[in-house]
Design a protein around this ligand. Structure first.
Ligand SMILES: Nc1ncnc2c1ncn2[C@@H]1O[C@H](COP(=O)(O)OP(=O)(O)OP(=O)(O)O)[C@@H](O)[C@H]1O
Length: 830
């Protein structure tokens, strides 16, 4: 019945068949405005289960609206009705004629009309019943200034009508212009968007889970709203009030002007749909609650009637795939297959300075496809001048495909002829190791070209960092010592706040590598906003009031299309998207674009990667791993476990059973030791590294042949980054996931998110190891694990003894301490 799985996931309770029955019985009709009808067509569900009326027919031709309404009102009394503003008077008259208004308790009108004309025209109508009007005019609401001297319209309307704010329990809801975005974000257009925000926040009060995960299209501090609601535990009407007063400022609206209406229209459709359901259910809930109260039926929690959306009882992975913005779908494709074509370094002769070209020739033979595609585009946008603002660039390319050089080369090329040293480019990476890795690549290019770069990631003291970055030449006057800074989010925020003279007005380029991970930090640090403020000046001044040129954002990730919900936080300006896609023969046929959002987010693994999985009972996982190492002779292995404890145990036990050259890397290891291990691995001193997901992202260790996931990755993004440690730079590589029987289903779901259904069987193969062979290893393994246990026990015993001795000493009870010593010695002797 429900065809869209995303929708089904988003509203799990509603779509349960039993709940559906109840909705059908209690909600007689839902009317939808035009455009929403697109959704109704997609989700036949509405049509199948509730009476739906639309002002457009199935071919999107307008139908006689009055007739529709007539039909609706006479045949079925609606619970909810959404109508758009066109021909409103006609409709209202119709309502009167039909006597329908007599059945209405209250009206809620979300209105965009600019100057209160409706108050007079509709007086009759308004006075007939309780009526609340929400007029949505952000610039009026936000501040009263000379241009818009009108007081808060909601207050104005309500005081004119002497209406209190009331809890929403109407059986009838009128939404004027219900979130249907007009083609342009002109003044009134903004209203519709804000309506969406209001609806969304209404929804927030009921459904935090859903909204938090589905935030397409709108850049309006949703988390602030969210937190406010949670903190104050406001009622629905309170939240409407606060929404209205907190509507976006002009600066925030700037974002909207720069983003096509398509995005927002899509978003609004979603929200309306969401709102539609939530609101409907809210009503039904209250009705049903009353119902159950009167009949005094016992309520069993597990069969609770229409739980409010958002109280998702279990499962962490429920999330709604937000629609991809239109600009994302208009991407430029390039082949993700690194070994498919050789782009001679000379092919960019015309773009690159001789010096840069020389360094390229020394370090690489050919450009990889992502480099061939991205370098010219980025150089082009970076060369924009005062008259023409450069667009931001997003690059999505598989792991190990050479993204680092795609931004390093254009940065060096752009800055090579700069006269004065100023901080002009910042490269941000999520973690220190990655930053160090990128810094090394950058240095190879920057140094010979006379550019100054530094790494600031907390590897030395803050003061030492400052000494390399900036210098106070005279009191209050500072001079930059670098052109490019490579850093992590926390360090950058630290610098912005605590470094005198750290004024980013000269910033030209901001690179966000592994952007999806960086955006996780955004919640904590408000990264993009902080940088914007540091560049464009104090809060609220906005880009237009600023004298400096807007800086260009370069966004990189292997899993960009997988997590588009958060892209909106980046405030991108007309972004150009470059996307690595599958191509069988890229030399002949032009790459065909995939428009399907879900398909686009698939096939993001390197073409050279082989994927396998092995199913064994969970007790036999270590045996299977050991078998691969000893019998199948796997070498150059990177193995991922979920916890530090697991990785250490597995390492210790492997060391015991065989004198294997295995090493464990965890976050507890110092940077220095970690680099040493990686170096040794590169030199062949270690064969196997067992680690956790700290090594999963971006780390480039040459020559890893196998990535083994001893524990199943948490989600598909984690899987992509883990397996991306092999099959890098066009080299072959194998990824193996060891599964216990109960993990198979989850793994299958995970694979479906990465591969197209038809590719699943060909792209990922099943490994078989006979149980008999594993059993052979059992006794040896058991001996090793006993030995390890004994050692661990002794170790623990020693620790306890040490602690006891200290305690006894402190109490001055030395005698007891000596006796416990004796007993320990006896035990050891035994
Ligand atoms: N044109 C090239 N020719 C040969 N090797 C290259 C070229 N470009 C990059 N490499 C090598 O490919 C490897 C992967 O490059 P890089 O780390 O930039 O990939 P990535 O796409 O950023 O990967 P990840 O998404 O995992 O961070 C590196 O070892 C790099 O030296």
């Amino acid at each position: 019945m429900i065809r869209n799985p995303a929708l089904k996931r988003a509203f799990p309770m509603i779509f349960a068949p039993k709940q559906m029955e109840k909705i059908k019985n209690h909600c007689k009709m839902i009317g939808v405005p035009f455009k929403i009808d697109e959704i109704t067509r997609t989700y036949q569900f509405w049509v199948d289960n509730l009476s739906v009326a639309s002002h457009y027919d199935r071919d999107e031709r307008p139908v006689n609206q009055i007739d529709t309404i007539n039909n609706v009102l006479t045949n079925k009394a609606p619970d909810l009705l959404f109508v758009d503003t066109a021909k409103m008077e006609e409709r209202i008259q119709k309502f009167f004629q039909l006597g329908f208004v007599n059945n209405i308790d209250k009206f809620y009108v979300f209105h965009e009309a600019p100057h209160g004309w409706y108050l007079q025209d509709w007086k009759q109508f308004i006075l007939k019943f309780n009526y609340i009007q929400y007029r949505i005019m952000p610039w009026l609401l936000h501040k009263q200034d000379d241009q818009y001297p009108t007081p808060h319209p909601l207050i104005k309307v309500c005081s004119a009508l002497e209406l209190p704010y009331e809890r929403i329990k109407s059986r009838f809801l009128w939404v004027s212009s219900a979130g249907i975005c007009p083609p342009k974000f002109n003044e009134n257009g903004g209203d519709n968007l804000n309506l969406v925000v209001i609806l969304k926040n209404l929804l927030l009060t009921n459904s935090k889970h859903f909204v938090k995960t589905a935030t397409p299209g709108i850049h309006i501090n949703e988390y602030e709203f969210f937190e406010k609601f949670i903190a104050h535990n406001e009622t629905v009407e309170d939240s409407i009030m606060s929404d209205i007063t907190d509507l976006p400022s002009k600066e925030e609206s700037f974002y909207l002007e720069n983003h096509g209406d398509e995005t927002v229209r899509e978003a609004s459709n979603w929200f309306i749909l969401v709102y539609f359901v939530t609101f409907g259910v809210m009503h039904l809930n209250s009705d049903l609650e009353k119902c159950t109260e009167t009949t005094k039926e016992t309520t069993d929690k597990s069969t609770e009637l229409f739980p409010v959306i958002g109280k998702v009882k279990k499962g962490i992975g429920r999330r709604l795939q937000a629609p991809l913005p239109k600009w994302f779908q208009d991407y430029y494709p390039f082949s993700k297959d690194v070994s498919a074509i050789d782009y001679q370094v000379d092919c960019l002769n015309h773009l690159l300075e001789d010096k840069v070209l020389d360094i390229c020739k020394k370090s690489i033979e050919n450009f990889f496809p992502v480099q061939r595609a991205a370098i010219p585009v980025i150089i082009d946008v970076l060369s924009c001048n005062n008259f023409h603002r450069g667009r931001d660039v997003c690059v999505s390319s598989p792991t190990g495909s050479g993204k680092t050089l795609s931004f390093v080369i254009p940065i060096v090329q752009t800055l090579i002829n700069r006269v004065e040293v100023k901080l002009r480019a910042i490269i941000i990476l999520p973690v220190r190791d990655l930053a160090q890795q990128v810094y090394k690549v950058l240095e190879d290019f920057a140094k010979p070209c006379g550019l100054k770069a530094t790494l600031s990631v907390g590897h030395r003291s803050f003061q030492e960092d400052l000494n390399c970055i900036i210098k106070e030449v005279s009191p209050g006057k500072y001079r930059w010592l670098i052109d490019v800074l490579v850093t992590t989010p926390s360090r950058l925020i630290d610098l912005i706040h605590n470094c005198a003279g750290f004024d980013l007005s000269s910033l030209q380029i901001l690179v966000l590598d592994e952007v999806d991970r960086l955006l996780d930090f955004d919640i904590e640090y408000n990264l993009v906003q902080e940088i914007d403020e540091a560049v464009y000046g104090a809060k609220g001044r906005g880009i237009r009031g600023c004298t400096c040129l807007p800086y260009i954002k370069l966004i990189f990730s292997a899993t960009l299309a997988k997590d588009t919900d958060n892209l909106f936080k980046l405030n991108l300006f007309k972004p150009i998207v470059l996307m690595g896609i599958d191509s069988n023969n890229p030399t002949e046929a032009p790459l065909s674009k995939e428009k399907d959002v879900h398909k686009m987010a698939k096939n993001i693994l390197p073409a050279e990667l082989k994927e396998k999985f092995l199913i064994v009972p969970s007790m036999k996982k270590p045996l299977a791993f050991w078998y691969m190492i000893t019998n199948l002779k796997y070498r150059r292995v990177l193995c991922f476990t979920r916890t530090i404890k697991h990785s250490r145990l597995l390492t210790d036990i492997l060391k015991k059973v065989d004198s294997l050259k295995v090493f464990n890397i965890s976050s507890k290891l110092s940077d220095e030791s970690r680099s040493k291990v990686i170096e040794k691995f590169k030199n062949g001193d270690y064969d196997i590294i067992i680690t956790t997901d700290i090594m999963a992202r971006g780390i480039d260790i040459e020559g890893i042949d196998y990535v083994i996931s001893y524990d199943v990755p948490f989600d598909e993004i984690q899987y992509v980054h883990r397996v991306g440690r092999t099959a890098r730079a066009g080299r072959p590589g194998t990824a193996i996931t060891i599964l216990s029987h109960d993990q198979v289903k989850r793994f299958h779901i995970l694979m479906r998110k990465i591969h197209l259904k038809e590719d699943l069987k060909t792209k990922i193969t099943k490994m078989n190891i006979e149980t008999r062979k594993l059993n052979k290893l059992k006794s040896k393994f058991r001996k090793a694990s006993n030995l390890l246990r004994q050692e661990n026990n002794l170790e623990t015993w020693k620790k306890v003894k040490r602690k006891k001795a200290i305690a006894w000493k402190a109490l001055g009870a030395n005698k007891q301490s000596e006796s416990s010593d004796k007993s320990l010695k006896q035990k050891q002797a035994k």
